[in-house]
Write a protein that binds this ligand. Structure first.
Ligand code: PMP
Ligand code: GLN
Length: 384
């Protein structure tokens, strides 16, 4: 194994899901729903399998899906992308992120990202021999996460190539406000940096969030320097399909495609027209998806508070972060390794998403993308 990949062991999600299977614990660790996505989408996939969509689709993705991706971004965010040249289909958001970093970063270039960060970010940056410059999100007295604008500015420099921004944010549930995004946008423009935005939770912002979802690309001067990434996995409850996409100016999208064609070449044929059907569903699907998850959040949040956890903000995504110190815990890894035996529930230690381990040592993350009866079972198990 090459030197630069040695620090990366098995992903925490694989480790904790295996522990859930072994112990029979309720798995609120890895974020995947336990119900299927919209019937229209499932029917379209089954029909496509029988209709001869089983050979290599076009490299940038099937036109019907690229058109649906563009129409969806116009409908929800007022963003205009040409489906022919400004949209590329990828193997989930994960491939889009990796391909973007590999396509844009020379060895030694710097990538500004907010920590805690999704685990593939550090690995993709390492694969490109680039360097990550993390900016720490910390919970304030109101339980909402924020960053220090001075730390953000200090993370930028002459080697900054891009900012990798995830909002709504996994694992904190933070939704970046327009003012916060404006600070990022100003620095990108001052330092000539690109932005790569991971918006896989774009439809998961709850009605008590401090801000609606604002794509960074919609801020003045940002469309031409931003690659906007999303995927079907979260919005349509099909994390196993691995259909994602990147949108942006043609120069950035063609750079991603140049790399992507040698990573996976193309992505699952029959699933592409099905995701197009899902993206074109009426608004009611998307609002129903959000309100359903909000009620699951409320259910789990109340249960975690009852069980004695310190519960932090959960404005978006399908995760809640909790502080284990009120329960006498100090180290989240130790706490999560013992939790399945102790309480029959699996959670994820947030510290694995930090470079600054101290900032996240006492925090653990629970996923609430589970049926109400499953959450009720977990809550009962967690009761002291
Ligand atoms: N980014 C974030 C923040 C995520 O939480 C996830 C999902 N788990 C991904 C990217 C990966 O998405 P996909 O499954 O579409 O590759
Ligand atoms: N994104 C999901 C999470 O954060 C799972 C992703 C994975 O298993 N790689 O839990």
């Amino acid at each position: 194994l090459v030197e630069r990949m040695r620090p990366f062991g098995t992903t925490i999600f694989a480790t904790m899901s295996a522990l859930a299977v072994k112990t029979g614990a309720v798995n609120l660790g890895q974020g995947f729903p336990d119900t299927d996505g919209p019937t229209e989408m499932l029917d379209a996939a089954a029909a496509a399998l029988r209709a001869g969509f089983n050979q290599y689709p076009p490299g940038p993705g099937m036109p019907v899906l690229r058109e649906a991706v563009a129409a969806h971004q116009r409908r929800f965010w007022g963003l205009e992308y040409d489906p022919d040249g400004e949209v590329v289909v990828t193997a989930g958001a994960t491939e889009a992120i990796a391909a973007a970093i590999l396509a844009l970063c020379e060895p030694g270039d710097e990538v500004v990202c907010f920590e805690p960060y999704y685990d593939s970010y550090a690995a993709s940056i390492a694969l490109a021999r680039a360097t990550r410059r993390p900016v720490t999100l910390r919970p304030g007295p109101d339980g909402r996460y924020a960053f220090d604008p001075d730390q953000l500015r200090a993370a930028f420099g002459p080697r900054t190539r891009l900012v990798l921004l995830n909002s709504p944010h996994n694992p904190t549930g933070k939704v970046f406000t327009r003012d916060e995004l404006q600070l990022v946008a100003d620095l990108c423009q001052e330092f000539g940096a690109y932005a790569v935005t991971d918006e896989v939770y774009e439809h998961l912002v709850f009605d008590d969030a401090g801000s609606p979802h604002v794509p960074l690309a919609s801020l003045p001067g940002m469309r031409e320097r931003t690659l906007r990434i999303s995927s079907a996995g979260k919005t349509f409850s099909c994390t196993g399909w691995k259909i994602g996409w990147a949108s942006g100016p043609a120069s950035l999208v063609s750079a991603v495609l140049r790399v992507k064609q040698f990573l996976t070449f193309v992505n699952a044929g029959p699933l592409q027209p099905a995701v197009a059907v899902a993206l074109n569903l009426p608004d009611a699907y998307f609002t129903g998806f959000t309100t359903g998850l909000q009620s699951q959040r409320d259910q789990l949040r109340a249960g975690l508070a009852d069980a004695g956890f310190g519960v932090l903000q959960a404005e978006g995504t399908y995760f809640i972060t909790t502080d284990i110190r009120p329960l006498g815990g100090t180290d989240g890894v130790e706490f999560c390794l013992g939790l399945p035996e102790r309480s029959g529930v699996v959670a994820i230690p947030s510290q694995v998403f930090y470079d600054d381990k101290d900032a996240g040592r006492h925090l653990i993350r629970f996923a609430f993308c589970k049926r109400p009866e499953v959450i009720a079972d977990a809550v009962t198990r967690l009761k002291p």
